[in-house]
Design a protein around this ligand. Structure first.
Ligand SMILES: [Zn+2]
Length: 360
């Protein structure tokens, strides 16, 4: 029982970090769906998940390229090629076309709020738990409420984050293992895992392109290493690494940025900070988000090894932890901790984007 309570409390606090929606016929226990992709301020949810939450079924017809829904009102059809829902002989307009994202056909919150009640024959409870989404709509709004939520929706779509794309470099790969722990665990593995999890967070919540220097365990030459960061639309470059120390006591995340000619000493005081150092601003947001997630951050340091790349491109090398620290090593190998790191880094990127937005 106590365990259940702890789990409940944990999930209560953990949930705001996830892109998740709750869907149910009114009066029923909502189903939580976490496989949600945020694109242009709109959440896209897999149609199977939406139907499952309200007790309906459907299937994809790959020959006709349509998704058929069995409803109490008869067969309904949607298709990525059409902005209509077909029910019997009637066509109902959809605000957004269904889209294939990450291998699944997805509909938006507008479908859930406007077309789904018609198919189910009952009002639908819908809640978007994603803190990045500006709208939380409960039950079906009507009249002035509907107009209001429409205006909110519009606003959230126009004020997207000012980050066009993110480049991520998971350090090392292939024969280049990076640091090796006593147990044989290799740095290249955790770098890639966190990079992939972070890429998924950004893709799901911001819907912007992610360029990974590698997506598997292979070696890169310098050109391949730098290619993602040289893409024209990249506004953030993160390099992921892990480290080791002679002392098994040292642990935590350490952030590195390029040396700035204008700032001579790091961590000396607020007045020494140049206001236009974008990398430091990004690193500050990352450090804050990591600390808020309960992760130890050792600090932000300047590294001359990080002189590559565009000077104006916000660039941070994140040392995810120490493979020489037994407990931290166990954490870095753990999928849940990798996810926690990825979510905190995502939060830092998000907050940096918000900061940029406020500037304009
Ligand atoms: Zn490394």
């Amino acid at each position: 029982m106590r365990l259940l309570l702890i789990l409940f409390i944990f999930s209560f606090f953990a949930n705001p970090l996830l892109a998740a929606v709750d869907i149910a016929p009114r009066g029923k226990q909502p189903a939580r769906i976490q496989d949600v992709y945020q694109q242009g301020g709109v959440p896209y949810i897999a149609i199977e998940d939406v139907l499952g939450a309200v007790g309906l079924t459907g299937h994809w017809n790959s020959i006709k390229h349509i998704f058929r829904i069995r409803s109490p009102r008869g067969w309904a059809e949607i298709s990525p090629a059409s902005s209509y829902l077909k029910l019997g002989e009637n066509y109902y307009p959809l605000q957004e076309k269904p889209r294939f994202i990450d291998g699944r056909l997805r509909v938006t919150d507008n479908f859930v709020l406007n077309q789904l009640p018609m198919l189910v024959g009952k009002p639908i409870y819908f809640r978007n738990n994603d803190p990045d989404a500006d709208t939380v709509v409960e039950e079906k709004p009507s009249g002035i409420e509907q107009l209001f939520s429409f205006l909110l929706n519009k606003k959230s779509k126009q004020s997207g984050p000012l980050i066009r794309a993110v480049a991520i470099d998971p350090g090392h790969g292939g024969l280049d293992t990076g640091v090796i722990a006593e147990s044989g665990f290799k740095e290249k593995e955790v770098n890639l895992k966190v990079a992939q999890k972070l890429a998924k967070q950004i893709k799901m919540k911001l819907g912007i392109p992610i360029y990974l220097s590698r997506d598997g365990d292979y070696e890169l030459n310098l050109e391949q290493r730098l290619k993602p960061a040289s893409q024209e639309d990249v506004d953030i470059w993160l390099l992921l690494h892990a480290e080791a120390s002679m002392s098994s006591d040292v642990h935590g995340v350490t952030l590195f940025i390029r040396p700035d000619e204008k700032s001579h000493v790091k961590d000396k005081g607020a007045e020494a900070e140049p206001s236009d150092n974008v990398s430091r601003k990004l690193a500050d947001q990352l450090a804050t988000a990591l600390r808020q997630a309960g992760i130890v951050v050792n600090g932000i340091y300047e590294s001359s090894l990080l002189s590559l790349g565009r000077g104006s491109l916000p660039t941070v090398q994140v040392e995810l932890g120490f493979l020489s620290h037994p407990e931290e090593l166990a954490e870095l190998r753990d999928e849940e901790y990798q996810e926690k790191l990825a979510q905190a880094l995502y939060r830092g990127i998000h907050d940096y984007a918000e900061l940029k937005k406020e500037k304009l």
